[in-house]
Design a protein around this ligand. Structure first.
Ligand SMILES: Nc1nc2c(ncn2[C@@H]2O[C@H](COP(=O)(O)OP(=O)(O)OP(=O)(O)O)[C@@H](O)[C@H]2O)c(=O)[nH]1
Ligand SMILES: [Mg+2]
Length: 419
């Protein structure tokens, strides 16, 4: 019974050729008999094709699309990587190579403003976006039930009890004062309130070119995306033609040094490393000396992930800072704490401890794509007011976005009340 479906295996290439052609011939005959009209499919008049399809000779060589594609400049890094040579620095007067944005979203997910592509698409899976999705079509009436639903959605998305209560009570007061004509007006007010929470912290990182070099120390608990963020930043700074160096300050694991070195190689950026178990402060010190000697503009130091509750390891961060300050009292010019967006309210105690140990000056919230709740960004902004520099919305280098409060809020809220 089973053997009926089993194809006979050819023994030799000649057999294979023979059996292949005879099997094929008989199958074609059977098919021709079963479908006598199969050869006479008529295309509608407007879709009829004259002559052979896709013959290279018939392809229009002067098509504007093809011309544009073939003349697209190839980035210097790509050529350099292919030739295995150092990439040629672009002249400062030339526009820096800008990594292409991911494919634009479809009309139904079009972003609120230009330049915001990808945010809605990436944040769609967040608890925040999912909770609000359809909320207004389930509760189209402007009443307490609608407010209760919004309150639950905000708490579920990790906005935090205090911030949520504050937002809801303000909306309730305004609703009772008949300020909103309908649910759409209430949604607009909620959007404005959420934006007001984030706008003050949406402060992009400014590289002070007077600092020689500008030292950026990355910190955070294990696995939050520190090294990946450094790799993405390396690509960004390299594209901006900034002379750059990386310091492999995560000396806990040999793989961590290799991981940073791989990012360095990929972007043509030198990496200072001393290997596993070296003193992280000494790596940072060496790297700063090397960066100074080379006239590097930005030095990014990686550190090992550590739990905010581990006193000894937290103290080590203070030591790294003190040691590099022996060379430059103003360094590190940015202590960038990386926070995993899926962490939830625990992110608040992480930031509290890291801030106490090393003085955090900027945040990167990663992994906002996927299953992140999204709301913790509001809680962090409200509680600490520390600038949020970047958001990680994916694993590709171009997925590290300068934090944009408007793009973020609009990606979380429904585009229309029926959405
Ligand atoms: N989806 C997604 N994944 C990310 C993002 N940022 C980092 N990751 C992933 O998170 C994982 C951990 O990243 P690492 O950069 O190794 O994290 P780390 O903080 O350096 O880890 P330790 O050095 O072990 O403390 C990797 O698989 C990254 O690809 C992001 O924005 N989105
Ligand atoms: Mg790491």
């Amino acid at each position: 019974m089973l053997s009926f479906f089993r194809r006979k295996k050819p023994q030799t290439p000649t057999d294979a050729a023979k059996s292949g052609s005879s099997e094929q011939d008989s199958r074609i005959e059977e098919l021709a008999a079963a479908f006598p009209d199969a050869g006479s499919h008529d295309l509608p008049a407007d879709r009829a094709i004259d002559g052979p399809i896709d013959s290279p000779a018939d392809r229009p060589t002067d098509s504007p699309d093809l011309r544009a594609e073939s003349l697209e400049p190839v980035p210097a890094e790509v050529i350099a990587a292919a030739l295995d040579v150092e990439p040629v620095q672009q002249a400062p007067s030339q526009a820096p190579y800008v990594a292409p944005e991911p494919a634009p979203p479809t009309a139904s997910e079009a972003p609120a403003a230009p330049g915001k592509s990808g945010w809605r698409e990436r944040l769609r899976g967040s608890t925040f976006a999912r909770s609000f999705n359809g909320l207004f079509s389930r509760h189209p009436r402007l009443d307490d039930d609608l407010l209760d639903e919004i309150e639950t959605a905000l708490i579920t998305a990790d906005v935090g009890i205090t911030a949520t209560t504050q937002l809801i009570e303000s909306l309730r007061k305004r609703m009772k004062a008949r300020e909103f004509a309908d649910a759409r007006a209430l949604l607009a007010a909620l959007r404005a309130d959420l934006l007001a929470m984030l706008r003050p912290v949406a402060q992009p990182l400014q590289i002070d070119t007077e600092a020689k070099p500008f030292v950026l120390l990355t910190v955070g608990v294990n696995g939050v995306g520190k090294t990946t963020t450094i790799g993405k930043l390396a690509k960004r700074f390299k594209d901006e033609n900034r002379p750059l160096m990386l310091a492999a300050g995560d000396t806990f694991r040999a793989a961590a040094v290799a991981q940073l070195q791989a990012w360095g190689d990929r972007n043509g950026v030198p990496v200072v490393a001393q290997g596993q178990n070296a003193d992280a402060a000494s790596v940072a010190f060496d790297a700063l000396q090397a960066a100074r000697a080379r006239g590097t503009q930005v030095l990014i130091a990686d550190t090992a992930g550590r739990l905010h509750t581990q006193q000894g390891l937290m103290a080590e961060l203070g030591k790294i800072k003190r040691v590099i300050q022996k060379l430059d009292a103003g360094a590190p010019h940015e202590v960038l704490m990386v926070i995993d967006g899926t962490t939830g309210q625990n992110a608040l105690s992480q930031l509290r401890q890291f801030h106490a140990a090393v003085g955090v000056t900027g945040l990167v919230v990663t992994k906002l794509d996927g299953t992140a709740k999204g709301g913790v960004v509001f809680a962090l902004a409200r509680e600490f007011g520390i600038p949020i520099r970047y958001a990680g919305i994916g694993e590709r280098p171009e997925d590290l976005r300068v934090f944009d409060a408007e793009a973020f809020v609009d990606a979380l809220l429904p585009e229309s009340l029926g959405a």
